[in-house]
Design a protein around this ligand. Structure first.
Ligand SMILES: NC(=O)C1=CN([C@@H]2O[C@H](COP(=O)(O)OP(=O)(O)OC[C@H]3O[C@@H](n4cnc5c(N)ncnc54)[C@H](OP(=O)(O)O)[C@@H]3O)[C@@H](O)[C@H]2O)C=CC1
Ligand SMILES: O=C(O)C1=N[C@H](C(=O)O)C[C@H](O)C1
Length: 239
């Protein structure tokens, strides 16, 4: 498969290694300083572009790739609030293709299935209150992390007594607080904690490095090259 990379930072470089090891060809690498390459024949020849950049530029990168007729797999976080509806429309009605996931690792896929199950069980146990924390490296631009928001949305869908997530401190019983910590070079830790007066139950996903994210993104690209529409991890893995 011919792959273009948009964003050649920590994730772009990790994805390049995994894509090459799986026999793919990298036909174009677009970073901040060669934006004109979106118009190149090399970029247009890609079966899929894999985009990992930043919250403020992800959406415009999708538009440039779509204009070049290239499908996109993206893990960039922090853009959904502003452009989520528009992207959904473009994919559902406009024939464009975006595979997006807040977290591409298989481990987080498994963690998310456990999260939903645990939230459902907790409907029977009102003595437990739930909180979430996420820890990432100091370079991260968005908070809470995209993964934390996805996990929180899963809790809201499955635990009847919670209605919205909030940053840091809950002010009402129906709020789920997400605490964000930025330290060192941590690749990503997410913890969900249920606490009663008697005890606590915690589940944690702790990424040891970025390999899991990168492998998931390449698997998603392999999946996406002959698909159309707005795709996500639920399309790739059935848990
Ligand atoms: N879904 C998932 O599984 C994961 C998602 N992420 C998300 O992916 C994103 C990138 O993460 P990461 O690789 O660690 O970040 P980095 O900062 O290491 O890399 C981002 C790269 O994008 C470049 N860039 C900035 N603007 C543009 C642009 N307009 N066009 C093309 N390239 C651009 C940056 O260039 P320069 O350095 O010159 O600014 C940099 O090389 C973040 O939003 C992060 O949250 C990260 C890991 C996993
Ligand atoms: O910025 C990161 O590094 C990460 N971002 C994603 C997120 O916001 O959830 C995924 C992973 O946790 C690493």
């Amino acid at each position: 498969m011919k792959i273009a990379l948009i964003g050649y930072g920590k994730m772009g470089k990790e994805i390049e290694k995994i894509a090459l090891s799986r026999g793919h060809e990298i036909v174009s690498i677009i970073d901040l300083d060669n934006q004109e390459d979106f118009n190149s024949e090399a970029f247009k020849s890609a079966d899929v572009a894999i985009e990992f950049t930043a919250p403020t530029v992800a959406y415009s990168n999708y538009m440039k790739a779509f204009a070049a007729g290239v499908k996109v797999v993206s893990g960039s976080t922090g853009w959904m609030d502003e452009h989520g509806d528009e992207i959904k429309d473009l994919c559902d009605k406009g024939g464009k293709t975006l595979f997006w996931a807040s977290n591409f690792s298989l481990g987080v896929g498994i963690f998310s299935a456990v999260n939903k199950y645990l939230a459902k069980i907790m409907n029977q146990f009102p003595a437990y209150d739930v909180t979430m924390s996420e820890t990432h490296h100091i370079h991260k631009l968005d908070a809470p992390s995209g993964t934390a928001i996805t996990l929180a949305e899963e809790i809201l869908e499955n635990l009847d007594r919670k209605e919205r997530w909030v940053k840091e401190e809950a002010n009402a019983a129906n709020e789920l607080p997400i605490h964000s910590i930025r330290e060192g070079e941590v690749p990503g830790i997410h913890t969900i904690r249920y606490e009663s007066e008697a005890d606590s139950i915690s589940i944690t996903h702790d990424a040891k490095n970025r390999k899991g994210f990168a492998l998931g993104a390449v698997l998603a690209a392999e999946f996406t090259c002959n698909k159309q529409g707005l795709l996500g991890m639920n399309d790739l893995f059935k848990f």
